[in-house]
Design a protein around this ligand. Structure first.
Ligand SMILES: [Mg+2]
Length: 351
């Protein structure tokens, strides 16, 4: 069977894009090379783009400014935050103008206000807490132990509790710091209850992004670098996903986890090119002119004139088939899959 190469750029199948930020558009303070140009081109072609972020501490205008600094087109209304998804959830449950404890940063305060609710600061006096009808919890650098105590006191009475996201860690230049999920666990362990969580990988943030885009789910693509949040979240929300290899996760993370992205991209630029799908030919997996054959200790790779990303696609298809093959011998299979994935990791690191 010949591989049929599509001629249209991948993005032609979509009207809207829900784009992740860190690891896709920028990495910390640095722009991801080529990402801004690709986004400009996508917008010029009429694709609608919103940026969905689990970061609830910053206000959308600040996030948009950082995107614009990286050279990509963005205004505040193009940013959909987990704080906004949390506030929207509470606005559905509460009367307009209800008081909500804002256990978080400026992003949570602004989102509540924009949703027609009244944010209450945890440092308010006991009298001020009486009107509070719910708690919105998001990451806030200035939060104090006494703020968590105030939240616990309210939540112990059974008030609705929404958390913006449950990321266990917050990546900082020096390593991993506790993320909002760690602070959620802190309260949850005392209260023996858990909040409703709206950020990725839970569907509400993506649903809000779809609403903002106004594009049908079937014509909308989620793009992100993290399998357990961006890609799993898209799956939960019922939209296609593109996993971009400019961020943290590597092929070995894909074979070790359960997420299945619709597409695997080297960079955002690949959205503007036809997408070569991998297929099987006997023991060999093909993608474009790349040929990858599983062996007992990994993968035999013939790159031909193909790019690294085609090798990675063919390799991942081979490894996932091997991993999920019930006929294979489990012990040896796991080892060869891990060795093959590490070979793909190294291939990407050498680019
Ligand atoms: Mg990311």
């Amino acid at each position: 069977m010949d591989t049929v190469e599509p001629l249209e750029p991948l993005v032609t199948a979509y009207d809207g894009l829900v784009c992740d930020l860190d690891g896709v558009v920028y990495r910390g303070a640095d722009a991801v090379p080529g990402a801004a140009e690709a986004l400009q081109e996508l917008v010029a072609r009429g694709v609608r783009v919103v940026y969905a972020t689990n970061n609830a501490s910053r206000v959308p205008a600040d996030v948009a400014a950082q995107i614009a600094d990286a050279g990509a087109p963005a205004t505040a209304s193009d940013v959909v935050s987990s704080a906004q998804a949390g506030a929207a959830r509470l606005a559905q449950k509460l009367e307009p103008g209800s008081a909500v404890l804002a256990l978080g940063g400026e992003g949570a305060v602004e989102a509540l206000r924009d949703a027609g609710l009244v944010p209450v600061d945890p440092s308010v006096d006991t009298h001020g807490l009486e009107a509070v009808r719910a708690v919105l919890q998001g990451y806030g650098k200035q939060l104090r132990v006494s703020d968590f105590e105030t939240a616990a006191r309210l939540l112990t009475t059974g008030l609705p509790w929404v958390a913006t996201n449950d990321d266990a860690t917050l990546p900082l230049p020096w390593g991993q710091s506790p993320g909002n999920g760690a602070y959620v666990d802190l309260l949850a362990s005392a209260l023996r209850r858990r909040p409703h969580v709206v950020g990725k990988p839970h569907p509400p943030l993506y649903r809000l992004a779809l609403e903002r885009l106004g594009t049908p789910a079937a014509r909308t693509l989620a793009v992100g670098d993290r399998l357990a949040t961006d890609i799993a979240g898209a799956e939960a929300a019922g939209i296609d996903s593109a996993w971009v290899l400019t961020g943290v996760d590597r092929p070995s993370d894909l074979v070790a986890g359960g997420a299945r992205p619709t597409y695997v991209l080297g960079s955002l630029d690949d959205l503007l090119r036809p997408y070569a799908v991998s297929d099987r030919d006997g023991d060999t997996w093909r993608c474009g002119t790349a040929r990858v054959t599983p062996t007992h200790d990994g993968l035999r790779i013939a790159q031909g004139s193909a790019g690294v990303i085609e090798v990675v696609r063919a390799g991942l298809a081979a490894l996932l088939a091997m991993r999920d093959d019930p006929a294979g011998s489990p012990g040896g299979r796991e080892k060869s899959v891990a060795a093959g994935a590490e070979a793909l990791d190294r291939l990407l690191d050498d680019v």
